[in-house]
Design a protein around this ligand. Structure first.
Ligand code: HEC
Ligand code: HEC
Ligand code: HEC
Ligand code: HEC
Ligand code: HEC
Length: 215
């Protein structure tokens, strides 16, 4: 203990010292955690260990999102693809490219590529991809034009008010479920009117009450 606190602190009761230390740690942790770019910054675009490009694979090659993010329709998580998915092609295509070095290493050693997360909600907020995808909210509404991204960039604040704004009036963000992964989709008529028909047909009620999103 004597190393942890200055001499004068001996006069303060031990419990109080501990309480103080815990509070300080909590504040420092809280500030670095919640104000870190992951939680606050639109525009957060961490560099990845492999220079994987959505612009090339989606925009140019036309691979559907679900080829890699296989679970978006059935689970809360969208799933980052395993190395095997990349190797479907890259065992043949550019097998010697230095840009694919980490992918080959991962494959040979059977350890996942260490992708850095871009989007992240705090644990106390519930989010579920399938609940959105299966009523026709497109990836684009929340992630932007991923097909144009060399590096994935966070396009929306992921704040509570952002979620609730859409939940109050989801209509302009709804499309046929068959189009959820399409980039640049436009409604065949006024988007509000088109979405309202989907809301009626599917009896959509997005929660705006607190425990709709919090435990
Ligand atoms: C060929 C595989 C592949 C395809 C196709 C693909 N992605 Fe990805 N996606 C990845 C990989 C690998 C990562 C992790 C590396 C990164 O962030 O760039 C990723 C990351 C993401 C992220 C960021 C995840 C995070 O950490 O927050 C989003 C959002 C995303 N993809 C959306 C899409 C959308 C939308 C489509 C379709 C328009 C799509 N992806 C198509 C492979 C793919
Ligand atoms: C459906 C086939 C396919 C899949 C699946 C695929 N790629 Fe590719 N990838 C390509 C093609 C085609 C190119 C362009 C090759 C060229 O430029 O001639 C490419 C290029 C690349 C490059 C650039 C290589 C260079 O030297 O310029 C990287 C890096 C890359 N892919 C990473 C990945 C990763 C990581 C995954 C898995 C998440 C993946 N790819 C999945 C087909 C695929
Ligand atoms: C209603 C908004 C919304 C839609 C629609 C949406 N996402 Fe997400 N996405 C999010 C949020 C919010 C997160 C962060 C989730 C978390 O931290 O728990 C996320 C995270 C991700 C991730 C990181 C892995 C994960 O599941 O946390 C990937 C990959 C991803 N989304 C891909 C997609 C793809 C592909 C689509 C379309 C098929 C899509 N998303 C549609 C809001 C959305
Ligand atoms: C672009 C529009 C949009 C955005 C943004 C959005 N949602 Fe939703 N959300 C919807 C719609 C539409 C539904 C209605 C689904 C239904 O009625 O079946 C929904 C439903 C939900 C549900 C209920 C799921 C269930 O199982 O019934 C939860 C929880 C939820 N959203 C959480 C969130 C959170 C958290 C965010 C922000 C991080 C968010 N949503 C952002 C459109 C959106
Ligand atoms: C549609 C989903 C949704 C609903 C409904 C919702 N919240 Fe949240 N809430 C969130 C998300 C997502 C976050 C995380 C925001 C962030 O990380 O910036 C959050 C964060 C919070 C926080 C942390 C402080 C903050 O503002 O970031 C509190 C407190 C909170 N919500 C209380 C409530 C209360 C009280 C209600 C009911 C009046 C409510 N929430 C309704 C999604 C929701």
């Amino acid at each position: 203990m004597s190393q942890l606190f200055p001499k004068w602190a001996n006069k303060i009761p031990l419990q109080l010292q501990i309480a103080l230390a815990v509070k300080l740690i909590a504040i420092v942790f809280g500030v670095t955690y919640f104000f870190s770019p992951k939680f606050t910054d639109v525009g957060y675009a961490p560099e990845q260990v492999v220079p994987y490009s959505h612009r090339l694979h989606v925009g140019q090659l036309g691979i559907d999102c679900q080829y890699c993010h296989t679970t978006v329709k059935v689970s809360a998580k969208a799933a980052i693809p395993p190395t095997a998915t990349c190797m479907n092609c890259h065992s043949q295509i550019k097998p010697d490219s230095p840009k694919l070095e980490k992918v080959r290493e991962s494959w040979a050693n059977d350890v996942p590529v260490e992708w850095t997360r871009v989007h992240m909600l705090p644990d106390y907020a519930m989010f579920n991809h399938s609940a959105h995808i299966n009523v026709g909210v497109g990836c684009e509404s929340c992630h932007g034009r991923v097909d144009r991204m060399e590096v994935v960039t966070q396009k929306q604040p992921l704040s509570m008010s952002w979620c609730i704004d859409c939940h109050r009036n989801p209509a302009p963000n709804l499309r046929p479920v068959s189009e959820v992964t399409t980039m640049g989709w436009t409604a065949p008529e006024n988007p509000q009117a088109f979405g309202e028909k989907i809301i009626k047909a599917k009896n959509i009620h997005a929660p705006t009450y607190c425990n709709g999103c919090h435990y």
